[in-house]
Write a protein that binds this ligand. Structure first.
Ligand SMILES: Cc1cc2nc3c(=O)[nH]c(=O)nc-3n(C[C@H](O)[C@H](O)[C@H](O)COP(=O)(O)OP(=O)(O)OC[C@H]3O[C@@H](n4cnc5c(N)ncnc54)[C@H](O)[C@@H]3O)c2cc1C
Length: 221
């Protein structure tokens, strides 16, 4: 499958509904994945359809998730079952003049495919990527995972090939007959915002990245 080009009409990641909002290029998809901390993973475990939220991060053209070897999600997905992953960033509430035309501004990505298990050799680097994802520079400050911790953890990779992004980033689209109705309409923008950190550990100086965070930095946008 060629990346960046619109998928064929019957491809499972082809957006049909509101297709003008669809994007298939790598930069757009990576940008949305990179702004997220959490994804929702769906799969069929043989009995039920499940949808579980979990932490995620990207390295190159793969989305990564991790978990205990005992997690049923990790066990099912490591077995190669088909999965579908959704990432959603809510950017605003769209208030229209009619109840019907209310909407949301968003950036979302849906990825289809099969996870593969990251081998023992690659696991330390991929997991270090997660720590860096949480806070850049963090791997320099903390103890790295030891052999037992690595053994107890499954890390899974999903290619970002069968993926589509969908973006809505405009104001209300009212019917012409509603445009002059005497009620406020517009967008209430939303953004993920860092908050001051609580000083739990007075035994060492605050790292620069934590200090930056505490000053209300805008988190990945
Ligand atoms: C914050 C938010 C709020 C939304 N609110 C509503 C709502 O209230 N009502 C509503 O009908 N829809 C809403 N949507 C859009 C919704 O996600 C679907 O795109 C839409 O419902 C069309 O569904 P469908 O099954 O017809 O998709 P189809 O176009 O048939 O889906 C085909 C394929 O396109 C891809 N795809 C579909 N939707 C998305 C997506 N959002 N992002 C990335 N890839 C996608 C998937 O790979 C899917 O398999 C919302 C989306 C977001 C992010």
């Amino acid at each position: 499958m060629k990346p960046d080009s619109p998928p064929s009409a019957n491809a499972r990641h082809r957006v049909h509904r509101a297709a003008d909002r669809a994007h298939y290029d790598r930069d757009t998809i990576h940008g949305i994945v990179d702004a997220a901390y959490v994804c929702h993973v769906s799969w069929h475990d043989g009995d039920n359809v499940l949808c579980i939220p979990t932490a995620c991060w990207r390295v190159d053209d793969h989305l990564y998730i991790h978990g205990s070897n005992g997690s049923r999600m990790m066990q099912s997905l490591a077995g190669g079952t088909q999965a579908c992953v959704a990432i959603t960033l809510l950017d605003g509430l769209v208030l229209a003049k009619s109840a019907f035309a209310h909407s949301m501004n968003y950036r979302s990505v849906v990825i289809h495919g099969q996870f593969s298990t990251v081998c023992a050799e690659d696991k330390p680097a991929v997991l270090a990527g997660l720590v860096e994802w949480i806070l850049p520079g963090r791997t320099q400050d903390v103890r790295a995972a030891d052999a037992n911790e690595l053994l107890a953890t499954t890390v899974l990779a999903l290619p970002l090939t069968e993926a589509a992004a969908k973006i809505r980033n405009w104001g209300p689209r009212d019917k012409e007959a509603d445009v002059d109705l005497p009620c406020w309409s517009g967008v209430l923008p939303m953004q993920m915002q860092a908050m001051p950190s609580k000083a739990l550990d007075a035994s060492c100086s605050t790292p620069e990245a934590v200090d930056h965070w505490s000053r209300g930095a805008v988190i990945r946008n």
